[in-house]
Design a protein around this ligand. Structure first.
Ligand code: SF4
Length: 208
């Protein structure tokens, strides 16, 4: 597979430099809110959905990209999938108010199309700085694109999940299903049970 084009690499480097200069989460949010590195997304978005990180959060949940309701409100995981996620977090004793929640991509792709690889490349500097600033001990990557963004090519999501707890830069990483998959497969589907189990596992690993 060919790497990103030179202009994408150059833009990604500018994003990374801006992100690295962020003194704290609020500073990063301010800087990211003005990001126009992806012209198509910058032109169509309402908000840059930076994400949330309560001080001292030991678990960070990572999704793919904002949807319509996230773009409207500027908050991650507030739509149907977000409501399911909140319920599951409550079920396992891991309150949403105590976990960090971010997406790989900070701007909504038009019509909820899949993020393009170049967009993920440009946006990566923000994510890496968020991980450094939030400094969680456990990251739960939800959905194959979030898992791949963190761990590289892992084959299938099922295989990455079956491999157990991954390690990245001293953090534990769990690969699991996105809440939208849990909705799609329904209450008796495997993704819902797996997601609940993995959130409970994250809580254990973070030793709440
Ligand atoms: S997706 Fe990321 S890199 Fe692209 S414009 Fe939005 S914040 Fe910037």
């Amino acid at each position: 597979m060919r790497g990103p084009a030179p202009d994408v690499v150059a833009t990604a480097a500018l994003v990374r430099a801006e992100a690295v200069g962020s003194a704290d989460w609020a500073d990063l949010a301010d800087r990211a809110s003005r990001c126009t590195a992806c012209p198509e997304l910058a032109a169509s978005r309402i908000h840059v959905v930076v994400g949330e990180a309560p001080p001292g959060a030991r678990v960070l949940l990572l999704g793919e990209a904002p949807g319509a309701q996230e773009d409207d409100t500027g908050r991650p995981f507030v739509g149907k999938a977000g409501r399911l996620l909140d319920r599951l977090l409550d079920d396992v004793g891991l309150p949403r108010a105590e976990v960090a929640v971010v997406n790989v991509l900070k701007c909504r792709p038009p019509a909820n199309r899949a993020p393009k690889r170049d967009e993920g490349t440009r946006c990566r500097g923000w994510l890496d700085r968020q991980l450094a600033l939030a400094d969680p001990c456990v990251v739960v990557a939800m959905g194959l694109s979030a898992v791949t963004a963190l761990l590289g090519r892992v084959g299938t999501l099922a295989a990455a999940r079956a491999a157990g707890v991954h390690e990245l830069d001293g953090r534990s990483v769990l690969a699991t299903y996105h809440p939208s998959a849990a909705i799609r497969f329904g209450p008796r589907g495997a993704p819902l049970a797996a997601l609940r189990e993995d959130l409970a596992r994250a809580r254990e690993l973070a030793a709440f």
